[in-house]
Design a protein around this ligand. Structure first.
Ligand SMILES: [Zn+2]
Length: 281
């Protein structure tokens, strides 16, 4: 009897997909909580212990963990999960980012999306690519359970494509809607379902708006036919609320990540549903 594969995922959405494919054969720990700003996670001592004991680290990549993960990896001193080793999986390498600046990097001060938008897990197509990458990695590290992983993957894959087909139908009435969001965190989702992200409340990704930024946005937005304002759990809702009143457009607070509990009662399906509900309800 082999010990279960110990996996650390930086964000809840990753854990949710690992759970779908790894099932009972793997143990999963999640580092970031779903109500924190994914760009700025405050490290806890427990993170180092989790990293020290893991066989596999799966990260989002695309600079999302740049502010916090690397020092923890170093302190954990676990050679299995260092960059380039077989116990290290960077999901960003498996997808195509949007908003990549022409020269490869934005020169705007404080831009946390300087190399492109890292919130690619909100594209249904990327979930397929990510789950395939996770399947391949699990098989590589634990060949004994290859059949189980493959079977779980097939079940998940089918369930996911059926779910997205249904979501496409549900969201069809909102095609062409115009949205303002606080941060460009839902952009992959909106693009997939043909909803237009017209403006963001932040002037630059990662930079909070000043009063004049908000009043300029208010003036621009008045004549743009905006349908909905989206904001996340971790930014202050005051500016979304203010703008909503000024331009008479409703705002909704929606999650950006899966909230993981020991029973995995929340999952990637629920996350997508909650975002879709911002339009439907
Ligand atoms: Zn971001």
């Amino acid at each position: 009897m082999f010990a279960k594969l110990q996996i650390v995922a930086t964000y809840g959405y990753i854990s949710s997909i690992v759970h779908e494919i790894g099932g009972d054969e793997v143990e999963i720990s999640t580092l970031a909580s779903s109500d924190s700003d994914p760009h700025f996670i405050t490290p806890k001592p427990s993170f180092i212990a989790k990293l020290r004991d893991s066989d596999l680290l799966i990260k989002n990549g695309a600079e999302l963990e740049d502010g916090w993960l690397l020092p923890l990896q170093k302190r954990a001193g676990n050679s299995k999960i260092i960059i380039g080793s077989s116990g290290y999986l960077n999901l960003a390498k498996k997808v195509t980012l949007i908003d990549v600046p022409e020269n490869g990097i934005s020169r705007r001060d404080g831009d946390v999306h300087a190399h492109g938008n890292p919130h690619f897990h909100l594209s249904p197509e990327n979930i397929e690519l990510i789950s395939k990458a996770i399947l391949n990695k699990l098989i590589e590290l634990d060949q004994n359970n290859q059949k189980k992983y493959l079977k779980n993957f097939e079940i998940f894959s089918k369930k996911w494509s059926n779910f997205i087909e249904k979501l496409k139908i549900d969201l069809k009435p909102f095609k062409g809607w115009k949205v303002i969001s606080y941060h460009r965190v839902y952009d992959y989702f909106l693009r997939y379902f043909n909803i237009e992200l017209v403006e963001t409340i932040e002037p630059i990704a990662g930079i909070p708006p000043s009063m004049s930024d908000i009043s300029n946005l208010e003036n621009r937005a008045k004549n743009l036919g905006i349908n909905l304002i989206l904001t996340d759990y971790y930014h202050n809702i005051n500016s979304a609320e203010y703008l909503s009143k000024k331009i008479a457009v409703p705002y909704k607070v929606v999650p950006h990540d899966v909230k993981i509990d020991p029973n995995f009662s929340e999952d990637i399906f629920k996350l997508y549903e909650k975002i879709a509900n911002a339009f439907k309800n």
